[in-house]
Design a binder for this molecule. Sequence first.
Ligand SMILES: Cc1cc2nc3c(=O)[nH]c(=O)nc-3n(C[C@H](O)[C@H](O)[C@H](O)COP(=O)(O)O)c2cc1C
Length: 195
Amino acid sequence: MKLLIIDASMRNAKATPRVVKWVEAAAKKNLSDIEVAVADLQSLNIPRFDEPVSPMMNKDRQPEGQVKDWLDMLAEADGYVFVTPEYNHSIPGGLKDAIDFIDYQIMKKPFLAVGHGGVGAARAVAHLKTMLNANIGAIPVPKSVNVLGYVGYTNDIDETGAATTDAVRGLEPALVDALESLSWYMSALKVAREV
Ligand SMILES: Cc1cc2nc3c(=O)[nH]c(=O)nc-3n(C[C@H](O)[C@H](O)[C@H](O)COP(=O)(O)O)c2cc1C
């Protein structure tokens, strides 16, 4: 099975890659038989959403370029971790655009939300869970992980993805628990999708 970790930040000066590396290391260490890949929305350079028809309603849709690359990456995976900061009490606008391009690639597949920011991106995580589930039909795992603080300024997670504070080290059992829950849903839903 394949797990795709998505770096949802598009800023050059972004802190999200540190959190992504923290999640990636935990996934590689604790999830056996799962191939782990990372998609960086900034590098993918996905354009603003501008299609004439809602993707789910467009039978003749033929995505190209960066949009196709993004959708193919999603389609190949069995589960996802979205790592997102919080901007103005929600997810970054670039992540919303990337979500608006999705049609059926992630339907009936599970995802875990990992947020970071002043209140652990609690509002961004809540919005993300609703967005991906309500219309697109991806399945949020019951747990989320909220890293409290401005990681880019406080260095709570260093550039290699290692936790440098007791607060973040204390979150690691919850991260592993959430990843194991995600792995359970990946296995169960893969079987269910094939029935
Ligand atoms: C435009 C902008 C808006 C932000 N709004 C919030 C916010 O509403 N609540 C919060 O807790 N943090 C907010 N933050 C702080 C970021 O969530 C935090 O610094 C995060 O680590 C940034 O991740 P990034 O560097 O990958 O973009 C905001 C940061 C930016 C750049």
